[in-house]
Write a protein that binds this ligand. Structure first.
Ligand code: LLP
Length: 411
């Protein structure tokens, strides 16, 4: 979003015009930003056989998936439904890897039938996979390297107490099953966590996976997951992709040399690709003065963007209706849900009046994707701005959507 000639723009679209044309609350995604993020990873890993597998749980809208596909990005999916949405977006089964957590074996079978790569995350499922497919189907193993990193405890996935993956110390058990069923392990996977600040944590996790990998002679890829950090706050740390790429590339080359073959390197970013492209546009319903504080009540809440409440996440907020920063005030920006759903407390904003449009930034990842119909409220519409044009990519819900699937009975 840029401030030009007294107005905020997403590409060439005035933010307040988008709000007027499509209504609020509204999710808006800047497609150019997504493309830039994809390119920055490829540039950082130039010379490496790299594949990006977008963790589409972050934002699963078909238009976004099609944009990813157009730009050579494959998918990481975590449910049969995400896999089917991927197919609907034009992906072939083998362009997707299925990385579920503790699912029933029929979900694994479904993914295999669709031709997806499956990441097996426990010894039980590895055994079942062996019994059913033996060496006839390739599979991947998700390991847990016991590295603790991530923006907060709820989004760490590779530490010792985490439920994810097979503990790297259980190598002997894994190898016994590989031998027993002649399993064809074509990839090893690990995912450190989300919002990981220290590049050193990725390197540490990678080194543990590389060390682990020498006993698996059929590997075609190493999948190091996602978790790159984006800046939610001004001055916040962002993964320095160029520096990280240079460091990890060298390390990966060394590993491949020692392994004896060039492997493909996979990453599964979600946030890095789609967080910054996204804005949640909301309207100020009310500006309420109270002793010692001023509330701005907006037409949205934890039903549309749960991150501030769930993770105490900071999301920057801009008053898109008032670019004049000569008059500012301190506000509590609060949602309309019957819970304490604060978007921001004690936040300095350019003076807000009722009906102003506020833009909540970094809302692309885990925004709409985690939205709900709580309080029987409707989910917002979504717009993708691409090549200067604003496309409606999801309609606002109606009451019919809220009532759908309810079965009315006489009582
Ligand atoms: N790969 C796997 C196996 C994952 O579990 C995840 C995220 C990713 C990749 C992508 O991570 P990312 O690049 O987006 O950090 N709802 C939370 C984040 C949960 C992440 C879950 N797994 C949030 O809003 O911060």
């Amino acid at each position: 979003m840029q401030l030009r000639e007294g107005s905020y723009f997403i590409q060439n679209q005035k933010v307040t015009d988008l709000a007027e044309r499509f209504g609020t609350p509204l999710y808006v995604y800047d497609g150019e930003k997504i493309i830039q993020q994809i390119q920055s990873i490829h540039q950082a890993f130039a010379g490496i056989d790299l594949k990006i597998k977008y963790a589409c749980k972050a934002l699963t809208s078909l238009a976004v998936l099609k944009l990813m596909r157009k730009h050579g990005v494959d998918l990481d999916v975590v449910s049969p439904q995400e896999l089917q949405i991927g197919l609907r977006a034009g992906y072939a089964g083998n362009q997707m890897n299925f990385t579920p957590s503790g699912v029933s074996f029929d979900e694994i079978e479904f993914a295999v039938e669709q031709g997806a790569f499956v990441n097996l995350d426990n010894l039980d499922v590895l055994e079942k996979f062996g019994q059913k497919y033996g060496s006839s189907k390739p599979c991947m193993i998700r390991v847990k390297p016991n590295v603790a990193a991530g923006g907060n405890a709820k989004i760490m996935t590779a530490h010792e107490g985490s439920k994810f993956g097979i503990d790297i110390r259980q190598k002997a058990e894994i190898l016994a099953l590989v031998e027993k069923y002649d399993l064809k392990i074509v990839g090893l996977h690990q995912h450190t966590g989300s919002d990981v600040k220290e590049a050193s944590a990725f390197i540490e996790a990678a080194s543990r996976v590389f060390e682990f990998a020498y006993d698996f002679p059929d590997l075609q890829c190493i999948d190091l997951g996602g978790g790159f950090k984006v800046a939610y706050k001004e001055g916040d740390y962002t993964t320095d992709m160029e520096k990280f790429g240079a460091e990890l590339s060298g390390f990966f080359r060394e590993f491949c040399e020692k392994y004896g073959r060039n492997l493909q390197l996979w990453f599964e970013p979600g946030k890095y690709l789609v967080s910054e492209c996204g804005y949640l546009l909301v309207s100020a319903n009310v500006v309420k003065e109270a002793p010692g504080r001023t509330f701005v009540g907006v037409n949205s809440g934890l039903n549309h963007l749960i991150r501030p409440m769930m993770y105490d996440a900071y999301h920057h907020i801009v008053n898109a209706s008032n670019p004049d920063d000569s008059e500012q005030d301190v506000y509590d920006v609060v949602g309309y849900i019957c819970e304490t759903d604060n978007f921001a407390l004690g936040r300095t904003l350019n003076k807000v009046k009722a009906n102003d449009i506020l833009a909540i930034l970094n809302a692309g990842a885990y925004g709409f994707a985690m939205s709900s119909q709580y309080n029987s409220r409707l989910r917002p519409a979504e717009v993708l701005v691409l090549n200067g044009e604003a496309h409606l990519i999801r309609q606002r819900e109606t009451l019919e959507d809220v009532l759908r699937n309810q079965v009315e009975i006489d009582v």
